[in-house]
Design a protein around this ligand. Structure first.
Ligand code: ADP
Length: 421
């Protein structure tokens, strides 16, 4: 099956075409046929595509909306330029899998998109006003380009976390706010945490029930998840992706009273403070330099840049604090798993996070840690009682696999039954 995976943003459309089926999933032999993105949709858009052989092609085109961008991409996929002989026309694409950011309490698993499901995704707009509307546009554009009969599947960032128990997802606010507005912890990056947990299981040859790990997704956005018996039991992101770890430009945890204080002292609206916490804080905010961890590491070494060092210290301290908290919540864990751009590529940051966790039985193997850059494997000593692993994430692959699995099982919940009273 050739599955087109789409991630629709406000002015961008990322895609991958993946050949997969149940046999390939079992054998881990899915094949990425091409990938790329359209950016600055709405005017002269920039199209970047990578062919199967790895060649990168960059061009510009006047693409005014997501539908036109998708049409353009599908034409390219079916052309000789893409080097994909299996796809000669749109009908050679057999399904579309969409990343959908928020499934609220309605969607606890990936689902085939029906009109009713689409309504459910619309209902979750309040919870993710910046993301769900774009995801919906991607779904409607696919219907337009491929016709209504092509199966489409929604894979939610939130659904892996539906197993988090009430005592971990409830905020200590007046309870009616939860009932009225569904204010609670939902968690995000679920596709990444789930993919990494699946790979860990395969690497260690353990069952789902035996999977007790803490996964750290450290990219531009960062989150930690406590996984017990293969299920998410707590996660650092909350109602929105702002809570928890220090991120590229997001603050993570702060005292909520600070919002009002900043608003008053700086003469900002709460909306503006929200933007400040999302876009001007985190690594960028502390360092005053950049949200790019590579640059911060370089500057802290070469220039002895004090605030770059400080940003890195706060980042690593917060991650270690969450690991400690999750170990306490879980009772025990077998491994910490690093993923995301920073987690996969920075031995330095991994070491700084793990140093100080010897009490928990974690002993990092320095040479394994240094070697493991963009690779998959163990970085702890063999006799550690708490291990550490690096597992590169692949959210698109999981979306393609879920698309196949959903279509074959025609899994689509009856939204009316799921709706919260
Ligand atoms: P996104 O969350 O946008 O998908 P990524 O997962 O690609 O982002 O992660 C981006 C982050 O990874 C950036 O802070 C970048 O500096 C960092 N990163 C990438 N490679 C390295 C590296 N070799 N060392 C340290 N940080 C790295």
């Amino acid at each position: 099956m050739n599955v087109l995976v789409l991630n629709s943003g406000s002015s961008s459309l990322k895609f991958q075409l993946i050949a997969t089926d149940l046999g390939r999933i079992t054998e881990n032999k899915d094949e990425r046929l091409c990938r790329g993105q359209v950016e600055q949709i709405g005017g002269e858009a920039i199209v970047t595509v990578h062919t199967r052989s790895g060649t990168r092609q960059k061009s510009t085109a006047s693409l005014f909306d997501i539908s036109r961008s998708l049409e353009y991409l599908v034409r390219w996929i079916a052309s000789d330029e893409s080097e994909i002989m299996e796809v000669r026309s749109p009908s050679d694409i057999h399904a579309v899998g969409h990343r959908v950011v928020h499934g609220g309490e309605l969607f606890t698993e990936s689902t085939v998109i029906t009109d009713e499901v689409l309504k459910g995704i619309e209902e979750c707009i309040d919870l993710a006003p910046l993301h769900n509307p774009n995801n919906i546009k991607g779904i409607l554009a696919s219907r337009q380009v491929f016709g209504p009969k092509l199966p489409q599947v929604a894979v939610f960032d939130t659904s892996f976390h539906h197993s988090i128990p009430e005592h971990a997802y409830l905020y200590a606010l007046p309870y009616h706010l939860y009932k009225r507005h569904h204010i609670r912890r939902y968690g995000f990056h679920g596709t990444s945490h789930r993919y990494v947990a699946d790979r860990y299981r395969a690497l260690r040859a353990v069952t789902e029930e035996q999977t007790h790990i803490i996964t750290l997704h450290l990219g531009n956005g960062c989150s930690a998840t406590a996984i017990r018996g293969g299920r998410s039991v707590d996660t650092s992101m909350g109602m929105t992706p702002l809570e928890g770890l220090v991120m590229g430009t997001r603050s993570g945890d702060i005292d909520p009273a600070v919002v009002n204080l900043i608003a008053r002292k700086e003469g900002l609206s709460t909306h503006e403070v929200d933007a400040l916490l999302n876009n001007q804080s985190g690594l960028l905010g502390i360092s005053g330099l950049t949200n790019d961890m590579r640059v911060l590491l370089q500057e802290s070494r070469d220039q002895d840049h004090r605030r770059a060092q400080l940003a890195i210290e706060v980042f690593c301290y917060r991650a270690r604090k969450y690991i400690g908290a999750f170990l306490a919540c879980m009772g025990a864990a077998d491994a910490i798993v690093f993923t995301g751009g920073i987690g996969e590529n920075s031995p330095d940051i991994r070491a700084r996070i793990c140093n100080g966790l010897e009490w928990a039985g974690l002993r990092l193997d320095d040479s394994r840690n240094k070697r493991m850059v963009g690779l998959e494997g163990q970085i702890s000593c063999d006799d550690s009682s708490l291990h550490a692993f690096v597992i590169p994430t692949d959210e698109e692959l999981l979306i393609a696999r879920d698309t196949v699995r959903c279509i074959l099982s025609e899994r689509s919940p009856r939204v009316e039954e799921l709706r919260i009273q």
